[in-house]
Design a protein. Structure first.
Length: 217
């Protein structure tokens, strides 16, 4: 006789499915069992920990809206954006731009935060995974808008000028925490979640806004 074992989550799921033969499980039952099954399917491995499954309030609300198949209401949207905006930290000493050449390296790198990485390893931004940035780059994603000519199209000829300040601050905030401007944005919250350091964000800022960067050619 072959013996099999089941995790508590799978046992609970089996019980729920069987109960469905005689009654209709509530949405809350489905949500709880699904969460339990997902949690049981993951384990701590290297620097990738199970706590990544824990949703913050913005994630929870946006996920619920996705499941319901309708956008968030305006009041909730504004509340999320206001809360996320408070997390944005402007650069130390007011220096927004670093070296665009370093920014290009960060944009090209998709490494970091996986179980095969070590704690303290330098993360990449993986920007090309979602955006076009350099006209010469032949491989890029289109989940996000093209960023080619990002600064040029916005009239940023001198990022240090007072005229450019609103665009510069917005771009910094967007990189730091994208949900400050779009409640359910899928763009990684690079600064808020510690994916990139302040210096790395300064380099990516230069890639986007420096007139000599290939992004603006």
């Amino acid at each position: 006789m072959i013996k099999t074992s089941m995790t508590p989550a799978l046992l609970a799921l089996s019980a729920l499915l069987l109960s469905g033969c005689t009654s209709s499980p509530s949405a809350a039952d489905h949500d709880k069992i699904t969460a339990d099954v997902v949690k049981a399917s993951f384990q701590d491995r290297g620097i990738a920990k199970v706590d990544r499954l824990q949703q913050d309030e913005a994630n929870r609300l946006c996920s619920a809206a996705d499941v319901a198949g309708k956008p968030l209401d305006e009041k909730t949207t504004k509340a999320i954006e206001a809360a996320e905006l408070k997390t944005v930290k402007m650069p130390t000493g007011g220096k927004f731009l670093g070296d665009w050449k370093e920014g290009e390296k960060i944009a090209q790198s998709g490494r970091g935060l996986t179980w095969t990485d070590k704690a303290g390893d330098v993360n990449g931004g993986n920007c090309y995974n979602c955006h076009q940035m350099d006209k010469k780059e032949i491989s890029f994603g289109n989940l996000g808008p093209s960023l080619y000519n990002y600064g040029k199209l916005r009239g940023v000829s001198d990022p240090a000028s007072a005229a450019a300040r609103p665009i510069v601050e917005y771009t910094w905030g967007k990189l730091w925490n994208s949900r400050a401007y779009n409640a359910c944005s899928q763009m990684p919250r690079a600064g808020h979640k510690g994916i990139l350091t302040e210096q790395q964000i300064q380099h990516v800022m230069a890639l986007l806004l420096d007139p000599t960067s290939p992004v603006n050619q």
